[in-house]
Design a binder for this molecule. Sequence first.
Ligand code: HEC
Ligand code: HEC
Length: 480
Amino acid sequence: MLPDQIGFTCAACHTGQIEYRGTSLRIDGAPAITDLGKFRNALELALAQTDAVPGRFTRFAKRVLAEAHSAEQAAQLQGRLQALLAKIQQVKTITDTVADRNVEEGFARLDALNRIGTQVFFIDLLGAKSQGFDATANLAATTAPVNYPHIWNTHWFTWVQYDASILQPMFRNAGEALGVSAKINLVNPATTLYKSSIPVQGLYDVEKLLAGKNPHSGIPGFTGLRSPMWPEDILGTIDQARKERGRALYQDMCQGCHLAPVNEPGFWTDKRWQPPNAADERYLKLVEIPVAAIGTDPGQASILGTRQISLPSYLGVAGTPNESRTIVTTTFGAALAAVVDKTTNLWYDEHHLTEEDRDRLNGHRPNLLQTKGIYKARPLNGIWATAPFLHNGSVPNIYALLSPVEERPKTFCLGNREYDPEKFGYRTECAAGTFQLDTTIPGNLNTGHEFRNGPIGNGVIGRALSHQERLDLIEFLKSL
Ligand code: HEC
Ligand code: HEC
């Protein structure tokens, strides 16, 4: 039996909250302005104090065990708390050895891929016994924090994650569940390997809710979790003349990559919609741009393909074996795909799912991975609610994104939820408790996706935009 535990669901990272002059807007599926690093530190401190500060453990035990409980029960509970604290300390001692290479994530960002790698292939493998195996080899720093992406419509895209690396919704969600510490047995071959606490059916149910009905059945359109409409009554009316000028600029300078607006027929007839599959569903293959061409920070796009993972051979993952064949080595991407596949398949086997049901829970897509050194261009519906921008959140608002790199702020603060409707992002003043993002640190680079006169390439993707043109484009983006 796996012990009970609580953890994050999707909403922890994918729920936005915008404040504007005293009005709060809760936005399902938008990036959360939370700092999970700070949260984790505070939680660990609270746990340690619960153990050490007189009176606190008694209070805790009363709440957990009920007012009346035996001394033995309390001692048992304290033993478990201390074992947890010891484990946290053990992990911290080892992860501290790479801490000087960490890029601070701060508010609204997380190095999700590297953290998943460290959770699954280091923490979950601590204590694995295979000759010569040392989980510490799989430790990596968090070097490429990304802004929590918005997740409306994503079910209907082929490849997701910023680097367009993952095809199957179940792989993405089960991988994420492991990343936020779902339990999994990777260390004890004497019991069932790959047995996990991942709520596989629950992940499917969440995905289904987000996806909505088949957008190509009937009048084309997305249902499920839809992108938020610009609230004119709160953030200001859209200027129609400016919006129309912005529309022309969008068609000319953005549509080639970000596609026709979702609320126009051209979006639904785009040739990038793949032919229907056996389930009569069509998925949209987004435009992918090589990192060298888009010129944004290269960090995230290289993690899955270059980080190396070694695993005990008993896990049955393909890779290059060591001499005594007790360990195999492969890329992080391949290792994660294999582990997630085995974990979900075990669950399917244990629940006697038919091939048809497995295909349905997998979102009718195979568990494939691509690592091509690219970033994908999403449709921009609802983009007003998703600051900060670019995959690494290095640009605070759209006005800055449409400006040449030297006009983008070199440093700015995240953590403020007050919205700036002119610039299309959160306010960036620093105050106690905010996080200062320094764009000169690799991982935080704010280069690329730039509009500048001169040759296209190396991060320049269009001609320079005047101040008026930037505002016209912003006005149009409000209507998406
Ligand atoms: C701890 C924070 C966290 C939790 C919890 C979380 N996610 Fe995410 N999610 C992220 C981050 C960060 C990324 C981007 C990773 C990357 O591309 O490197 C992401 C990526 C995604 C994407 C791909 C978006 C795109 O445009 O490529 C989808 C869809 C998604 N998550 C859905 C979910 C669902 C569904 C759940 C719950 C089962 C969930 N997430 C739980 C942080 C989280
Ligand atoms: C050559 C293709 C291309 C063109 C042209 C283009 N984009 Fe992009 N856009 C991308 C790619 C690729 C990304 C993702 C880059 C990254 O995250 O590193 C992106 C990201 C963005 C983002 C950030 C999305 C987010 O989730 O943070 C916004 C906003 C955006 N583009 C707006 C525009 C606008 C407005 C125009 C036209 C003025 C435009 N883009 C033109 C390819 C393009």
